[in-house]
Design a protein around this ligand. Structure first.
Ligand SMILES: [Fe+2]
Ligand SMILES: [Fe+2]
Length: 164
């Protein structure tokens, strides 16, 4: 059985992960509108990963008899000044997500919820990866977003990262 304050926090995290999926899909559509199909595919893959994150928390709740309460999804930002702004937006989302995961870990420890701690180990590792690629892509975008030829190369490179 799961404590009520933990279940409440997990319901908020489920909503956050589902909002992340919305945010990524909006950025993917923005890149699609610029004919940057590689980056669009990469960000669509991330949107799918975010749905997977929500599903992991949902399964944890269901397995432990918690009541899942799905929340409303917010309209994500869907227009950007330029590709760099879109990627900075994604980087900010991941930093905010890391802070939320860390807060959940603090709560799990305070409440002695070892099962949640085990689940959160996976998320803590995942956030290291998420911050790594968003930081890498932000740095590349800073260099290349004003240079169409190089932006096209960057798009191609990130498209190749997408799992078949
Ligand atoms: Fe996530
Ligand atoms: Fe993420």
């Amino acid at each position: 059985m799961i404590k009520k304050n933990i279940a409440d926090a997990l319901n908020l995290q489920i909503q956050h992960e589902q909002n992340n999926a919305q945010r990524y899909q909006a950025v993917a559509l923005y890149f699609e509108s610029l004919n940057l199909h590689g980056l669009s595919a990469w960000l669509n893959q991330q949107a799918g990963d975010e749905r997977g994150h929500a599903d992991k928390f949902i399964k944890h709740m269901v397995d432990r008899g918690g009541v899942v309460k799905l929340g409303a999804l917010a309209a994500p930002q869907s227009t950007f000044e330029h590709p760099l702004e879109a990627i900075q937006n994604v980087q900010a989302v991941e930093r905010a997500t890391t802070a939320l995961i860390d807060k959940l870990m603090t709560l799990a420890r305070k409440e002695g919820d070892y099962a949640l701690e085990v689940l959160l180990h996976w998320f803590i590792g995942e956030q290291v990866e998420e911050e790594q690629w968003t930081t890498e892509l932000t740095a590349e975008m800073e260099q290349f977003y004003k240079k169409p030829g190089q932006l096209y190369m960057l798009d191609h490179q990130w498209g190749k990262r997408v799992k078949g």
